[in-house]
Design a protein. Structure first.
Length: 451
């Protein structure tokens, strides 16, 4: 194949034979597979339908945060699917549950929590939304009825989750770089009714990193929980080229009460795979429940005993475990270098945009997400141009994204602020190939300005 990696299929076939050999003592039987003879035709039909997609795998796709899983993750997930383990209880996923605990322990160690699973609690989830729900559910159990707050640029899921949990929610204004205004937070916290503050370590819109050290100092004064939503940015703790403020935020993440990270973003995993970690294992008591037909096969910890979800794909744990075996979560390692490369690509694109008379960049990226607007006489004109450029770029196989930002972020720009928000262009440069494609991206982007 020209674009889609397929050489790993050979390794999958060999691993599948090895897995099958592990059950060789069982009596043979005829597998009952309905309509087996039609599988190929249905798969070909599915392949035809899937061609109606943006080329998420290609470096010219520089829009949303979509990144192909590593081949080892795809193959390990597929391998596990021949068994289809369920990591709710050891009855349904003995090996994959052990692999989940090992993989989660490695994520905890990446943040500086090597005590897991001794003095910590954590597990995988179906994605970042579920992981954040569990963290805020725990906060609500410990501080019932109190308000959840997050920055105005935090992911919208926190407000929605708070509604599901029937907890009040408020957004704290941001600074012009998209991070939480901690002076505003301190003023709000003085009311004494905040149960949990969400510190965003990598906003999905702008990549902005909240000043976690300052948030923790406010916590020391007012006594709320701190939840670090590192769903997107968490793996950047391994990068070696962060700003001093971002570095400081990641370095004190272990002082948060809970952390969420999404391996299905920068962790090279298929959707959906999230992870939640709790600093205090005593919160496990909040999950306590009875089950009349599970948890009897072993006295060891069943992951369903510390999770709000019931059935969860063991294949996700196998894929994550295999990826971290191949690419350990180590500073200075190959995986860490790919994160640094993504940030370098974002910095280079920012430099090129800033040097061009065509574009306005409101602030430098803290991770690998770049936002910018076309230079224009007014915010409304720039917004209209952004839509046009978005369409023209896509017609030339350069796929970007759009984002609404407060016009106040562009205080240094010389244009008429005739509306509160401005529609901007946005790129997430999360693929390792992006560093080598900045020239091509800029060339195609500049072509969109020629009418």
């Amino acid at each position: 194949m020209k674009h889609l990696e397929s050489s790993s299929l050979t390794a999958l076939e060999k691993a599948l034979r090895h897995l099958d050999a592990g059950f060789s003592e069982l009596p043979t039987f005829e597998s009952q597979t309905p309509r087996a003879g039609s599988i190929e035709s249905v798969l070909m039909e599915a392949a035809e339908r899937l061609r109606d997609n943006y080329p998420y795998f290609h470096p010219l796709y520089a829009g949303q945060m979509l990144k192909p899983p590593h081949p080892v993750a795809r193959m390990a997930y597929a391998l596990a699917m021949w068994i289809n383990p369920n990591n709710h209880a050891l009855d349904g996923g003995r090996a994959s549950s052990a692999m989940e605990k090992e993989a989660v322990a490695q994520i905890a160690a990446m943040f500086g929590w090597p005590e897991f699973p001794g003095r910590l609690l954590g597990h995988l989830t179906g994605g970042g939304t579920m992981a954040n729900l569990e963290a805020l559910w725990v906060a609500g159990q410990l501080h019932p009825g109190k308000t959840i707050v997050a920055s105005a640029s935090a992911h919208y899921t926190h407000e929605r989750i708070s509604g599901v949990l029937q907890l009040p929610f408020e957004a704290i204004p941001t600074k012009p770089n998209g991070s939480m205004d901690c002076e505003e937070l301190a003023q709000r916290a003085a009311k004494g009714d905040i149960g949990c503050v969400v510190a965003t370590l990598g906003a999905t819109g702008t990549g902005s990193v909240d000043a976690l050290p300052e948030i923790l100092r406010v916590r020391d004064r007012f006594g709320f929980r701190v939840h670090a939503d590192a769903a997107y940015g968490g793996y950047f703790t391994l990068a070696d080229n962060l700003t001093a403020t971002a570095r400081a935020a990641f370095d004190c993440a272990t002082q948060a009460d809970s952390i969420v990270i999404d391996p299905h973003k920068h962790g090279l995993q298929p959707y959906g795979c999230g992870c939640v970690l709790f600093r205090d294992p005593a919160v496990g008591a909040l999950y306590k429940h009875d089950s009349p037909y599970t948890y009897f096969s072993s006295k060891d910890l069943h992951l369903g005993e510390i999770s709000l979800e019931c059935s969860r794909p063991g294949a996700a744990a196998v894929a994550l475990w295999a990826t971290q075996r191949l690419l350990p979560l180590e500073a200075g390692g190959e995986f860490a270098a790919s994160l640094s490369s993504s940030r370098s690509a974002a910095l280079e694109l920012t430099r090129r945009l800033s040097e061009s008379p065509n574009w306005i960049v409101p602030f430098e990226p803290e991770l690998d997400i770049v936002v910018w607007a076309p230079r224009a006489r007014s915010a409304s004109e720039a917004s209209a141009l952004s839509e046009q450029i978005f369409d023209r770029a896509a017609a030339n196989d350069l796929h970007l994204a759009l984002i609404q930002l407060p016009v106040s972020y562009f205080a240094r720009a010389d244009f008429n602020a005739d509306q509160d928000h401005i529609l901007c262009l946005r790129s997430v440069l999360m693929k390792p190939e992006h560093s080598a494609w900045i020239d091509e991206i800029m060339a195609r982007l500049n072509m969109t300005m020629v009418i």
